[in-house]
Design a protein around this ligand. Structure first.
Ligand SMILES: Cc1ncc(COP(=O)(O)O)c(C=O)c1O
Length: 387
């Protein structure tokens, strides 16, 4: 396997990085937003150089090879045979979630998601004048524990105004890969209630266990109507290039979606297409090496937390993503993220994900080991005395 550098700490202070700008001028290590402190795959950087060297940046459309890269990746990775006509390009998946809600529901309708969850799943319905109905996931206790769907609560949450269910697969922030049986059951549930299932699979190429595979929601059974959201952005660290996809096997849904997007949603940029194609066609060795690094980072921080940080618990295995959901309830802090910020580490507060205040923080371990080690050292030093 070629070697890649996941150890050098890049200097992102003083750059356009949102992650680092948040704490500009303060000695706080940012482990919040889901972007990684790793350079993108060399093949992607080279493709971008080639595209920049052409020097013309007119309005772009994907060329045939870019579309073929997506079609081939879906088949090679997940055995999912898609048609080029199923693809709708988007400048971001948060944008895609908002458009889906606009397309498939009316103001006042209700949208379901499973908490804790990536905050835009909760806010997008509200931004669109819909009601966000959250169904808490249930933590099955044990060693390790397991997050599960609460099917009874889901049944109770549905009303005649419910139109869309948004699934995060794998699920940010609890890092679970949904089993085919669970996905099939959700599809059947949505079909029975005439709900559109919007499956956000942005983290699907970040499965940490090499023996497991991502199984797209759209390929599990045939019940109901499914929209799939995918992007190279999390996997190859390209979120700033705004290149994402909605995939529709159902042409009626696709047309509805495109109508809702028309005139509002910006086009993907030439650099975004170039990076996307290179990522899917040439990024595999880098992706595999990155996953090995993430596994190492996961095991490293889990061990330190278990051994040296009383009051912090990881309730269930981190199966995918580079995001850890830390249970900090026992620390008794009202605002745990603010507390750790005051001790030099910028985490995401669990309350934003729909968790109870004080219950959890999310830690982004997609960074060089030295950054992670220093952040853990600071967190340990900042533990409240009673913890
Ligand atoms: C589940 C999920 N969906 C969407 C996004 C963001 O997508 P985008 O940057 O394409 O809007 C994220 C970012 O962390 C995410 O975790």
């Amino acid at each position: 396997m070629p070697t890649f550098d996941f150890d050098t700490v890049p200097e992102r202070r003083g750059t356009d990085s949102q992650k680092w700008q948040k704490y500009a001028g303060r000695d706080i290590l940012p482990l919040w937003v889901a972007d990684m402190d790793f350079r993108s795959p060399p093949a992607v950087i080279e493709a971008l150089h080639r595209r920049v060297d052409q020097g013309i940046f007119g309005y772009a459309r994907p060329v045939k090879s870019t579309v073929e890269a997506i079609v081939a990746a879906m088949e090679a990775r997940y055995g999912w045979r898609i048609e080029p006509s199923w693809l709708v390009w988007l400048p971001g998946l948060v944008c895609g979630l908002n458009v889906a809600i606009e397309a498939f529901s009316q103001p006042g309708d209700e949208i379901i998601s499973f908490t804790p969850v990536y905050p835009p799943f909760i806010t997008a319905p509200r931004y669109r004048g819909r009601t966000s109905r959250t169904v808490p996931l249930r933590l099955q206790p044990g060693s390790p524990g397991r997050w599960e769907m609460d099917w009874d609560a889901l049944e109770r949450a549905v009303t005649p105004r419910t139109k869309v269910v948004i699934l995060c697969h794998p699920h940010n922030p609890i890092a679970r890969i949904w089993e085919p049986g669970e996905v099939a059951r959700l599809r059947e549930f949505c079909a029975a209630h005439s709900l559109i299932l919007c499956s956000d699979e942005i983290h699907c190429d970040l499965i940490l266990d090499p023996s497991r595979r991502h199984i797209p929601t759209a390929t599990v059974g045939s019940a109901g109507r499914v929209v799939t959201m995918m992007a190279p952005s999390k996997t190859y660290n390209l979120p700033g290039l705004g290149t994402s996809l909605a995939i529709f096997s159902d042409a009626t849904l696709r047309v509805q979606f495109e109508r809702a997007a028309a005139g509002i949603v910006a086009e993907v940029t030439p650099l975004g297409y170039a990076a996307c194609e290179a990522a899917y066609t040439e990024g595999e060795p880098w992706r595999l090496a990155q996953l090995a690094t993430q596994r190492g980072n996961r095991d490293f921080h889990q061990e330190i937390i278990a051994r040296e940080m009383p009051g912090i618990r990881v309730d269930a295995p981190i199966e995918a993503t580079y995001l850890a959901w830390l249970n900090v309830e026992a620390l008794g802090l009202r605002e745990p993220a603010a507390h750790f910020e005051a001790h030099g580490v910028g985490l995401s507060d669990g309350a934003m994900f729909g968790a109870a205040p004080g219950a959890a923080v999310r830690l982004n371990f997609g960074c060089p080991r030295a950054t992670l080690a220093e952040a853990l050292r600071r967190m340990k030093a900042g533990l409240p005395a009673k913890g």
